[in-house]
Design a protein around this ligand. Structure first.
Ligand code: SF4
Ligand code: SF4
Length: 161
């Protein structure tokens, strides 16, 4: 068991070096998932906003909805970051956790990423399996924390595929 921020940090650590492909997938798309604007950001996990109070490469803004009973927060970056400090959502992209009727969960490609990420066309099999396994472990860690579990469940309900 761990508190929310510890779980998030441990999940981030699992995906510190691994990326969707063994090679730099950003070369395929000119780093499309990093090309947001002032209103577009990556969702922060419970407690993660505390890590970006004095961040030089981005800022935290409120999202217009709640997740896990709390106002959701987005991290809006300048399009470049200190890689070791990138948010968990950036590390998990383009994956998503689905909650199944049998009570289990399944890691899937996030359909919302399809408009941006060319890797989505190749499905899970097209991704580096080490990355997929690390994401599974990261989600398992998050599921151990109640606040992260409720957050992930709400996220699934809000963006059900
Ligand atoms: S959009 Fe997809 S292919 Fe491009 S950098 Fe992001 S994860 Fe890699
Ligand atoms: S924080 Fe880094 S990885 Fe995440 S969207 Fe911004 S530039 Fe990309």
């Amino acid at each position: 068991m761990c508190d929310s921020l510890s779980c998030v940090l441990a999940a981030r650590e699992l995906l510190k070096e691994l990326t969707p492909l063994k090679t730099d997938c950003g070369a395929l798309c000119a780093h499309a998932c990093c090309a947001g604007d002032d209103e577009t950001g990556m969702l922060l996990f419970p407690g993660e906003d505390a890590l970006y109070k004095d961040c030089a490469f981005g800022k935290v803004i409120p999202a217009a909805f709640a997740l896990g009973g709390q106002e959701a927060r987005l991290f809006v970056c300048s399009g470049r970051c200190e890689r070791e400090h990138r948010p968990l959502a950036c590390r998990l992209f383009p994956l998503f956790l689905a909650f199944l009727k049998n009570g289990g969960t399944k890691v899937r490609i996030d359909d919302r990423a399809r408009a941006v990420c060319p890797l989505c066309d190749y499905g899970m099999a097209g991704l580096d399996q080490e990355f997929v396994q690390a994401a599974r472990k990261a989600y398992d860690l998050l599921l151990e924390d109640e606040a992260c579990r409720v957050y992930l469940k709400d996220l699934y309900k809000a963006f059900k595929l």
